[in-house]
Every structure is written in structure tokens, then in C-alpha cells.
Design a protein around this ligand. Structure first.
Ligand code: SAM
Length: 293
């Protein structure tokens, strides 16, 4: 954590005079995706804090914005963050921008956001582009419940353990991966997840945008030997695991439905569906049960 007690003291004492940190998402490819509000904010703030001043400099030039830029990343990160907090304390408003997408999501913007909050500064997050949501929606896989993991750890043991855990989560999984490691990830996925549906969303919003769907093995074949571009991997939640249910429990459930007036055939179907058990097993368990009870 950036320890900046005197900065924090000043921010607390004169909060109304302290500047705000505006978290400003930028396009993940297509420059038309910048929002009107982000453009206004970039024009209005006193200073822009960037992950890489060259990348953000180009973006600002494209939109004809001229603003002092400071990096929160390059050499001596902690001191740079402290410097930015001092600017906030002295009443200057700052836009936080990363190289692409929403700052703070799998990029170093998170450290500055955390430090600003811990030191009592107000932050305001502007909504905007992010690869995770764009890929998730493009995947067509269930969106009601998903796990965003960002980049997996590099160490193979840790990586495999986490991947196995994610595949058992019962949720759609969203991962970021670099192009030179994508084939290894898909191979691991094929070993652990087998035929599970996978979607690789490549170069989103860019000219060569591509959404590839299939099993991990099928996608490996589609990508070829040297895949290029930025990629997000979205993995289907898979079928929920079948819980162990005894024949007696199945029979009791079927009986319950029959007593409630449901036909034996429908009762078997409902139990099979509700308990995620093969119809055949429920049928066998219910053999001795009368059609009317
Ligand atoms: N903060 C960013 C966001 O909101 O999406 C993510 C930053 S992270 C350092 C960069 C990763 O995001 C890339 O390795 C890739 O996995 C993903 N990514 C960024 N832009 C992308 C794009 N246009 N298409 C596919 N993936 C992209």
C-alpha cells in the first residue's frame, strides 16, 4: 500500500477541495467506442494518469486533446502513485487511463484506484469498453453467472489446480491469455475439460475480429501454429455434476408426485429432470409403484 499519511490527512481535512480521480475506459480496438463522457472528462481534467504515456498520448492526439500526461507505471511505481495522490490532495482532478479497456481490470490501474480509496480520495468510475464483457456476450454462453479470472498463474501446478477449480465452479469462465500461450492453455483445457464448449474471442472490435467456437481441440486446429492478436477465452460451465441419489430416494420422490395427482409417467419425467438423474434409473426405481396411490 502507498503510505501517504500526510496526503491522506490533507484529503480528509479538505475533501471538498481535493481533486477527484476519474476512471476512464478507452477502446479495446475500435476508436469509435470511446464514450462522449470519457472524451469530456479527458478534456476537463487537469491531468491524465496513464499506464503508458505513449499509448495514451496517441489516443489523445487522435481526439485532438492536449493534456499533461503522467505515468503511474514506469520506474518507481509507488513513488509515482504517491505523486499522483499529492496532485489530488492539492485539488487537481485526474483521469486514470490504461492502455485499453477499463482501468483496474487485469491492469495496473487497480493499484492507483486502491491507493486513492485508502487515502480518502473520491473516485468516479465511468462505464465503457472492456474485453471481458464484450467476449462474454459474444460467446453466447450463459451470462447469468460467470467467473472472471483474468490471467492464470504462470506456474504449471498452480495453473492446473486453479483451472480445475474453475471448471468445477458450475459457472461460465472468462480468461485473458497472451497469443503465445493460447495453444498451451487450450491443450490444458482439452486435457482437463474434454469436450466442453470453448469460445475464443480474438481481436474484438478490430478489423480481424473473430469469434471461434468449438471444443478446445477443435479451436487448436482452427488457430494454426502461430496464433496472433489479443484473445479472451470463454469456457462453458459444463453439465452440473450428478449427485448420488439412491433408488429409494427416487421412488419416494415419484410417489410424492403421484400422491399430488401427477400421472406416473409425468412423475418419472419430473423426478428425472429435478434431480438431474437418467430417466431410466428413475423408471427402474419406480417399477413397483402403483399408478394411483
Ligand atoms: N483492462 C482491460 C479490459 O478492460 O479489458 C484488459 C487489460 S489486460 C492487460 C489485456 C488483455 O485483455 C489481453 O491480453 C486480452 O486477453 C484482452 N483484450 C484486450 N483487448 C482485446 C481485444 N480487442 N480482443 C480480445 N481480447 C482483448
Amino acid at each position: 500500500m502507498v503510505e501517504a499519511r500526510s496526503i491522506r490527512g490533507r484529503a480528509m481535512r479538505s475533501r471538498e477541495n481535493a481533486g477527484r480521480l476519474y476512471v476512464c475506459p478507452t477502446p479495446i480496438g475500435n476508436l469509435e467506442d470511446i464514450t462522449i463522457r470519457v472524451l469530456r472528462m479527458l478534456r476537463e481534467v487537469d491531468l491524465v494518469a496513464a499506464e503508458d504515456t505513449r499509448v495514451t498520448g496517441k489516443l489523445l492526439t487522435h481526439f485532438d486533446i492536449s493534456k499533461p500526461l503522467v505515468s503511474y507505471r514506469e520506474y518507481g511505481e509507488e513513488r509515482r502513485i504517491e505523486g499522483i495522490l499529492s496532485e489530488l490532495a492539492s485539488g487537481r482532478s485526474i483521469a486514470l487511463v490504461s492502455d485499453a479497456g477499463t482501468p483496474g481490470l487485469s491492469d495496473p490501474g487497480h493499484k492507483l484506484i486502491k491507493a486513492a480509496i485508502e487515502n480518502g480520495f473520491e473516485i468516479e468510475v465511468l462505464p465503457g469498453p472492456s474485453a471481458v464483457i464484450t467476449a462474454l456476450v459474444a460467446s453466447g454462453l450463459p451470462t447469468d453467472s460467470f467467473v472472471y479470472q483474468g490471467f492464470l498463474p504462470r506456474k504449471s501446478g498452480e495453473r492446473r489446480r486453479l483451472l480445475t477449480e474453475l471448471l468445477e465452479s458450475g459457472r461460465t469462465v472468462v480468461l485473458y491469455e497472451a497469443p503465445h500461450r493460447i495453444l498451451a492453455l487450450l491443450k490444458e483445457l482439452s486435457d482437463i475439460g474434454g469436450e466442453r464448449r470453448v469460445v475464443v474471442a480474438r481481436e474484438l472490435t478490430k478489423r480481424f475480429e473473430e469469434v471461434i467456437r468449438g471444443s478446445a481441440q477443435e479451436i487448436i486446429e482452427r488457430l494454426g501454429e502461430r496464433p496472433r492478436g489479443e484473445m479472451v477465452v470463454v469456457i462453458d460451465r459444463g453439465k452440473p455434476r450428478r449427485k448420488e441419489v439412491t433408488p429409494d430416494e427416487l421412488a419416494t420422490e415419484v410417489e410424492r408426485f403421484i400422491r399430488a395427482g401427477v400421472s406416473k409417467k409425468d412423475a418419472i419425467s419430473r423426478v428425472s429432470k429435478n434431480l438431474n438423474q437418467p430417466k431410466r434409473a428413475v423408471y427402474e426405481a419406480a417399477k413397483g409403484i402403483k399408478a394411483k396411490l
